[in-house]
Design a binder for this molecule. Structure first.
Ligand code: IMP
Length: 176
């Protein structure tokens, strides 16, 4: 947490540490799904797009990629219009690995999980890049977590701040 990049971003997790950790997760997932013909990797847009792209290239099992869009607006699931979930997934009877960027309050993940379970997958596991357990408002647990972080607003490696910084190869704390 020492480097200050030109754009006033303090580096929290450098790119080489992310690469190392994604490799570890890929190996763990490969072991856990040993013998599976295929898994369906569902990437939650937009924030998980870089993580998912790196992760699937470290998984030694054929992956079918799919995508879901989630936008959170408040404190309730889609029934009340507060977390909007858009998808056209067909995952009935499939082994599904959901890839999410960050579990913060837990609301988005709990809503997505409930939605995907309605589609009757054979199994559903969750892999998230970042977990902020101290910010949790509703129960939400991932099976695989790359990094647990304090309750700080972060950006980079797919995550944005007001639409910016997704392209950064590291995870950092924007100055404002
Ligand atoms: P939730 O509060 O767990 O529902 O998180 C909702 C979404 O907010 C996440 O999937 C992220 O896209 C976004 N989010 C939460 N915390 C951060 C952050 O620190 N930086 C960037 N996006 C975040």
């Amino acid at each position: 947490m020492t480097t200050m990049e030109p754009d006033q971003i303090r580096v929290l997790i450098p790119a080489d540490r992310i690469r190392e950790r994604v490799g570890e997760l890929g190996r763990a997932i490969t072991d856990d799904y040993a013998g599976a013909d295929e898994i369906v990797v569902v990437c939650v847009l937009k924030g998980a797009f870089i993580f998912a792209a790196d992760l699937v290239r470290q998984i030694g099992i054929p992956c079918r990629m799919d995508f879901i869009r989630a936008s959170s607006y408040g404190t309730h699931c889609s029934s009340s219009g507060r977390v909007l979930i858009n998808h056209d997934l067909d995952i009935e009877g499939r082994k599904v690995l959901l890839v999410e960027d960050i579990v913060d309050t837990g609301l988005t993940l709990s809503c997505i999980t409930a939605e995907l379970m309605k589609l009757a997958p054979e199994s559903l596991k969750i892999c998230c890049l970042l977990d902020k357990p101290s910010a949790r408002k509703v129960p939400a647990e991932a099976d695989y977590i790359a990094f647990t972080i304090p309750d700080l607003f972060i950006a980079g490696y797919g995550l944005d701040m007001a639409g910016r910084h997704r392209e950064l190869p590291y995870i950092g704390i924007p100055a404002s």
